[in-house]
Every structure is written in C-alpha cells, then in structure tokens.
Design a protein around this ligand. Structure first.
Ligand code: BGC
Length: 382
C-alpha cells in the first residue's frame, strides 16, 4: 500500500514535470550519458535483461527500439525507461539491431508477456501489420515513437518531432548560408537522405526540397550528379558506409577536377558523417556546408572541427517526457495529449499525433543548446 502510494506520488510528480510542454529548452531529467556510447552489438547482445518478475504498480510497458548503432536510440530508450519507471511502470526495453524479424519477435514477446501498452520505434514502418493485429486483439494500445507505423489500424497515437520542419530548417540553413536570394551563384549542391522504409525520410527530404527546389529550378543551385529524386538519394538503413560510398562515386564523377561543391544536404548525422568522410578522402576544394540531424556526439565534434555546419537538435529527453505523459494518460483510461490531427496518415487514416519542435544547433549556439541544457558536458565533446 505504502509502495503504491509512493508510486502514485512519483507518477503525479512526473506528469507535472512533463506538463511543461515540448520546448527544446525545457528542463527535464538528465540524459543517460553512460548509455550514449555507440556499440556495434550483435542482435543477441542487444537484448536487454528480461524484465523483473515483480509487477510495478502502473503495469508493464513494452518499448521497442530499432538499433543501438545510432547514439540517439540509446538515449531515447534510456530516457524513456528512466522516466516510465519513475512514473511507476515496469519497462521491457528491447533493441533489434536494425533487423525486422528480431523486432517483430520482440513485440510478440512483449504482447505474450503481459505488456499493457507498446511504444514502438519501427525499423521498417510497413512490416509490423501482422504482429500489431495481435496487439489489437489483446486490446493493447500502441504509440508509434518517432517513426510512423504504416498500414496498421492498431496504432493509437504517434509521438515525434515535426519531421517536415526538420527538413525545412535544413533547407533554410543552406539558403541563408549561401545567401541564395542575393548571391549570383550558381552553387553546386548534392543531396543525401535516409532509409526508404522510414516514413520520416520522405518528410525530411520533402521539407528541405520545398525550400531548395525553386533555386534548383531557377538554376541557382546545380546538382551536378543529377540525382535529385528521393529514390536516387536515399540511404538504406541510414548507414554511414553507404552514404560515404555513394559520395565517393559522386565526387569521382563530378568534383575530382577541382570543381567546387558548395553544399551537401544530409538528412541526418549518420549520413552527414559518411559524406564528410568521403570529402576528407577525395575532395580538395573549400569545405561545403553540410547539414545533419540528431546532434550525435561525432557530428557535434565535426561541427567544432568545421567539418559539419549544423545538426538538428531533437532533445530526446523532451520526446521521452511527452511519451511518458501519453502512456500515463492512456493507462489511466484517458486520452493522450496531441497537437496534430492532420499530418500523419498511415494508410488507415490520420493518426493523432504529438509533434515536438526541432531546432538547429551550429557553432554559434551549440553551447547554449547542448552544454548549458545539460544534454552534453564539454568533456563529451572532446
Ligand atoms: C529519426 C532520425 C534518425 C534516423 C536514423 C529517423 O527516423 O527521426 O532522428 O537520424 O531515423 O536512425
């Protein structure tokens, strides 16, 4: 009884903290930095230890994350586990090494082992329909986390950062830095986006191209590789190596003779890293503007070293807090907070969503955003 009361007090305190909203600068729980290391883990090694036998007062919540290969998912998972546990829930957190079959079986296990709600960041948004039928039959609500799960009517809610805005901020950054409205140009640009199975990638790329396409049409921006369609610039699994290999080929064919490359639109940090690695190895001209997303430590270091220009900062503490708030509302039989009922149709209809607001970090504001907010320490970036 005492324990239950304590959990309830904790849960109430937690929700009160969360109600401060989704602004990037809000105070939130400290990030689990020790979880942030990027590990090359084999699928089996990514499994978390089985959830504790003891059932927490609030019930068990399954949290399925795509991979530990990218720093952000480690932080997302760790922040959510910490905050859900503080709110009185038991958490079954699983990582699937970017392997779809592994993720499906992890979700099956969550359903069979008594999870009352699922939070899922999918590897491939189209591959979970069948397993989520099981969730629906068992009346288990599903929150799609960061990435929308497509073509399944088992998805109750979607929580993410505004993915289209991520793209427009990247496009605007390039527009401003090249002063596209005033400078004569033309400027050379190359484009790299993410995995075709990730619904977000189309929003990121679409948002950026809505800003940049008019300048391409006007001839002020030139894509010398000719690769401008989503399918041509996509990167399977968002892999750094794949982005690097593609950029190697683009440089060899178009920029090996000293032609200047002015900008590289990269939808996230893992692809920006691949592009920067390729430039370092193959390109001798003035360094281009390079965009990114996630503020991964490797990319922030590149920003400090002048090898990446900006990254989108999506404070994983903020998204985790919002999701805990949603979980808590649903588990108590209420409606989850949402702020968008128009944007995200997963093929079965619009999924009610909560969109947090992304911001960009660059050399001028990274201290305030990343250090002063407690997201990283100076030492993390050395
Ligand atoms: C996320 C990005 C991330 C990418 C690769 C996207 O769905 O929104 O933050 O960089 O996946 O993991």
């Amino acid at each position: 009884m005492k324990k239950r009361l304590l959990s309830m007090i904790l849960a109430t305190a937690m929700v009160a903290t969360m109600l401060v909203g989704c602004g990037a600068k809000e105070e939130a729980a400290a990030p689990a930095k020790e979880e942030a290391a990027v590990e090359e883990a084999a699928p089996a090694a990514e499994e978390e230890a089985p959830a504790a036998e003891e059932t927490a007062a609030g019930g068990k919540v399954g949290v399925a994350m795509p991979t530990k290969d990218l720093q952000r998912w480690n932080q997302d998972g760790a922040n959510m586990k910490e905050q859900l546990e503080a709110a009185g829930y038991e958490v079954d957190l699983q990582y699937a090494a970017n392997d779809i079959a592994t993720q499906v079986s992890q979700i099956e296990n969550m359903i069979n082992s008594g999870c009352k709600l699922l939070v899922i960041a999918s590897i491939d948004g189209d591959s979970l329909g069948t397993v989520l039928e099981m969730a629906k039959e068992a009346s288990i609500p599903v929150i799609a986390y960061d990435r929308l799960i497509m073509n399944s009517d088992a998805v109750s809610y979607y929580a993410t950062f505004d993915n289209y805005m991520v793209g427009t901020i990247q496009g605007e950054y390039i527009k401003e830095k090249l002063d596209l409205d005033n400078a004569d140009g033309p400027f050379n640009i190359e484009l790299t986006t993410g995995d075709p199975g990730d619904n977000n990638a189309r929003f990121f790329f679409g948002g950026a191209m809505d800003v940049l396409q008019p300048y391409i049409d006007a001839g002020k921006l030139v894509v010398k590789s000719g690769q401008t369609k989503f399918e041509e610039v996509a990167t399977a699994n968002w892999a750094t190596d794949a982005a690097q290999a593609r950029m190697d080929a683009i440089i060899a064919a178009n920029y090996a003779d000293g032609t200047k490359l002015d900008a590289c639109l990269c939808s996230n940090d893992s692809t920006a890293l691949g592009v920067a690695n390729s430039l370092e190895a193959n390109y001798t001209g003035e360094w281009p503007i390079i965009t990114g997303q996630d503020c991964d430590i490797a990319s922030v270091k590149n920003i400090l070293a002048g090898k990446q220009s900006m990254s989108i900062f999506k404070d994983t503490r903020t998204l985790a807090s919002k999701v805990v708030e949603m979980v808590d509302a649903i588990m108590k039989g209420g409606e989850a907070p949402i702020n968008d009922t128009e944007t995200y149709d997963n093929g079965t209809g619009i999924i009610p969503s909560y969109l947090c607001e992304p911001v960009f970090a660059d050399i001028d504001n990274y201290k305030e955003l990343l250090i002063d907010s407690g997201y990283y320490t100076e030492a993390d970036l050395q």
